[in-house]
Design a protein around this ligand. Structure first.
Ligand code: CA
Ligand code: CA
Ligand code: CA
Length: 331
């Protein structure tokens, strides 16, 4: 094992050194390889570490275990470091990933590399596969896989998913094109726009104090990112999930969670589902139907108590502001 790791490190350095210069020949251009389905991976592109491996056309082919330095569990936002348990001669390796719904497919570094890194952003199980492929061939001669389960971790995690019945999408699964809903998390400093005319901004779309698709990872509280929230990605046409992780909220603050129906794509209303997880425990799990441009003010989250309180409209129903956007432009 020790020898194998030294080889991996040396090889990574060698690949890094020739990554962009073109001197590396075979490795320079062959990067992300689509192997069909949703899996997109990184490939070692035929780079060979053995001496005299050219004669290894019939090299022994066997599954090579994928090692994950962080182990079998992770939290959203964590970067995983993958490596092969050993390096065989006369073959190349290809990594691919099957993420849970809403998870991204791309590795952090798409150069040919034996030791790729991958950032997990969705809750659920990621399956990493390592194909062993004989040089000059396309199909793997051996494959292994390992799984990493991503759980919510500490602090606050907010997850939005949705289904759009008008898209023939009864379950939220599959590849149907759906409406575009957006998750928001507003800081108490957020002002945004005053669209109800009461003289106080509602906070949504504040370019510094609302976390949403145009403000994915603001710097709040102290310098540095440790106390900042992050929205990992905007999903424009799937069913989500969109996930905001806020591992270390500031004390004595009350934050608000919102969902805006940005574009129904002519498919009619969607059913939005929001889950708020506080220190690993689901504190709120609610659904509300939203029409085009509706804005659902979902709940408040107080810190450090972790209290999650649904926002209601005075009759006990969810507070949904209608045409929240049209008004902004006087439409
Ligand atoms: Ca979206
Ligand atoms: Ca207002
Ligand atoms: Ca900060």
């Amino acid at each position: 094992m020790r020898v194998a790791l030294i080889i991996i490190v040396a090889l990574s350095l060698a690949l890094a050194a020739c990554g962009d210069g073109g001197q590396g020949g075979a490795t320079a251009d062959a990067v992300a390889a689509d192997v069909g389905g949703d899996a997109i991976g990184v490939d070692t592109a035929g780079e060979d570490v053995g001496d005299g491996a050219a004669e290894d056309a019939l090299a022994a082919c066997e599954p090579v275990e994928v090692l994950v330095a962080e182990g079998g569990g992770a939290v959203p936002g964590e970067i995983l470091h993958l490596s092969p348990a050993e390096i065989l001669r006369g073959v190349r390796y290809r990594y691919t990933v099957e993420p849970p719904p809403g998870g991204r497919h791309a590795f952090e570094d798409d150069r040919p590399i034996y030791t790729p890194t991958f950032r997990v952003t969705a809750l659920g199980t990621y399956r990493f596969r390592l194909d062993v492929i004989r040089l000059g061939e396309d199909e793997p001669c051996a494959t292994s896989a390992t799984e990493v389960v991503v759980g919510p971790g500490g602090g606050v995690l907010v997850e939005l998913s949705w289904r759009t019945p008008g898209a023939g999408d009864a379950t939220g699964g599959g590849d149907a094109v759906r409406a575009d809903l957006d998750l928001h998390l507003a800081h108490p400093n957020a002002r945004g726009y005053d669209l109800d005319g009461d003289g106080v901004g509602e906070g949504w779309f504040d370019d510094r104090w609302d976390v949403y698709w145009a403000n994915l990872a603001p710097n709040w509280a102290a310098a540095g990112a440790a106390d900042d929230p992050e929205l990992f990605a905007d999903d424009p046409d799937g069913g989500g999930p969109e996930v905001i992780v806020f591992a270390a909220p500031e004390a004595e603050r009350v934050y608000r969670v919102g969902v805006h129906a940005w574009d129904d794509r002519g498919l009619g209303p969607s059913v939005a589902r929001v889950r708020v997880v506080v220190n690993g425990v689901v504190a709120l799990d609610r659904e509300t139907e939203l029409a085009h441009h509706d804005l659902w003010e979902v709940c408040t989250v107080a810190w450090p108590s972790g209290a999650v309180t649904p926002i209601e409209d005075g009759t006990g129903a969810a507070l949904v502001r209608h045409e929240y956007w049209d008004l902004l432009f006087g439409l």
